[in-house]
Ligand binder design. Structure first.
Ligand code: APR
Ligand code: PHB
Length: 396
């Protein structure tokens, strides 16, 4: 039987953007329904990046989501840059008095789902055929099917938080969107391994053979990445090849040792920079990966999604309190100002640290000169630290 539901904001997608938006709206007394095409188990296990900017940690703490994060998150005051057989530590605390926290994105998702369900939220998992309607009127709607039944949500607004491959962005007439995109000629092969990470802080390694990154999830769980071809078949990377590449690219300059251990998860991520402008059409607001993608080198993806929904929740709060639309009208421009800063930073980190197959010796020397400058000039190091730990939130 077709069923009709009513809510103030229909949210498509239960990633960090959709779930946090639903949480922030709830705190402001605004109702929402979240639609997710995957199961709860799937989204709670999907391994993604894991660096939270200081502002994001503060926001999660301030909105009652910081309990497990405070216990299990790993507070880091700096990172290492490893190149040319030398290793340099950038001390964020000393440079700008700020820090980051390493905490897997799926852990944030678990905390959000738990908090939302405890507050009685309406989150519908395993939905299909999601479609959005009448976004250029003030009575938009979302239709979907669930367990074979058809449903319609009538709402005031739709939040398109359905990631890069969702349906919301493609629902906007293509002549109204400007797409800016860069696809990189490499990807990352990422593994999660049951072993002690080589260092207690992240190591970004630029090596002639390609980039590698040493991160972690816990004292006995390492998260490691090696640069590979964008369309690489993971079958070409048996365990031995992965450990060998990681060992070579880590080198010995830091006195670290790479401890092999059982690989419990592996996957390949292609690298892309992407922005769709504007992030709004009528009563549809895009947030997070639905509107923009960054390569993971700057660890900005989840942080940008959080910044978008903070701005959106404030704008909706103002609208529902007073009918004042000015913040909603400013939404796209406000988000995009920050998005382009993160695009610049992520592109810059990516360009500096990876092997480009068409790079001549001049190009490689420029990358190394950039790294030398960064690790010898306080001004340059501060610039990295400021962007890495997160530019200030625009709370409007
Ligand atoms: N209907 C319902 N849900 C959908 C649909 C659909 N048609 N299409 C996609 N989804 C869901 C996806 O299954 C996913 O759970 O939308 C969710 C989008 O979540 P994310 O991809 O995590 O995107 P976002 O919340 O914007 O978070 C951005 O995720 O990809 C990482 O690096 C990225 O860290 C960044 C973060
Ligand atoms: C991670 O821990 O998964 C991670 C850390 C830093 C990055 C990307 C991913 O830049």
């Amino acid at each position: 039987m077709p069923q009709t539901h009513r809510t103030q904001v229909a949210i498509v997608g239960a990633g960090p953007a959709g779930l946090l938006l639903s949480h922030l709206l709830h705190l402001a007394g605004i109702s929402s329904i979240v639609l997710e095409r995957q199961t709860r188990e799937y989204i709670e296990q999907r391994i993604r990046a894991g660096v939270l900017e200081q502002h994001v940690v503060e926001l999660l703490n301030d909105t009652g989501l910081g309990e497990r994060l405070g216990r299990e998150g790993l507070l880091h005051h700096g990172i290492h840059l490893n190149f040319n057989d030398t290793v340099h530590r950038l001390d964020f605390n000393q440079l700008i008095g700020r820090s980051i926290t390493v905490y897997g994105q799926h852990e944030v998702v678990k905390d959000l789902v738990a908090a939302r369900l405890e507050a009685g939220a309406d989150i519908r998992f395993s939905v299909a055929d999601t479609a959005i309607h009448q976004v250029d009127t003030d009575q938009p709607a979302v239709s979907f099917t669930h367990d074979g039944d058809s449903h319609t949500i009538e709402c005031g607004f739709i939040a398109g938080c359905d990631g890069f491959h969702g349906i919301c962005r493609p629902s906007i007439p293509q002549d109204l969107l400007r797409i800016h995109e860069r696809i990189y000629p490499f990807g990352w092969l990422g593994i999660l391994a049951e072993t002690t990470p080589p260092s207690d802080e992240l190591i970004y390694s630029s090596h002639d053979d390609g980039f590698a990154l040493y991160s972690m999830r816990a004292a006995d769980v390492a998260r490691l990445y090696v640069q590979c071809a964008p369309d690489e078949d993971i079958a070409n990377w048996p365990d031995d090849r992965i450990w060998q590449a990681l060992g070579e690219r880590l080198g010995s300059a830091g006195g670290w040792s790479l401890n092999k251990g059982p690989i419990i998860e592996r996957g390949i991520t292609a690298m892309r920079s992407f922005v769709a402008e504007p992030m709004q059409h009528g009563r549809l607001f895009l947030a997070g990966d639905a509107a923009h993608i960054v390569p993971p080198t700057g660890a900005k993806g989840m942080n940008l999604a959080v910044a978008d929904v903070r701005i959106l929740s404030r704008a909706l709060e103002t609208f529902f309190a007073s009918g004042d639309e000015h913040r909603l009208k400013d939404y796209s421009a406000r988000c995009l100002a920050r998005v382009w800063q993160a695009q610049r930073f992520s592109w810059w980190m990516t360009s500096m640290l990876h092997r480009f197959d068409d790079n001549d010796s001049y190009g490689r020397r420029l990358q190394l000169a950039e790294l030398e400058y960064l690790t010898s000039s306080k001004a340059a190091a501060r610039s990295l630290a400021e962007n890495y730990t997160g530019l200030p939130f625009d709370e409007g």
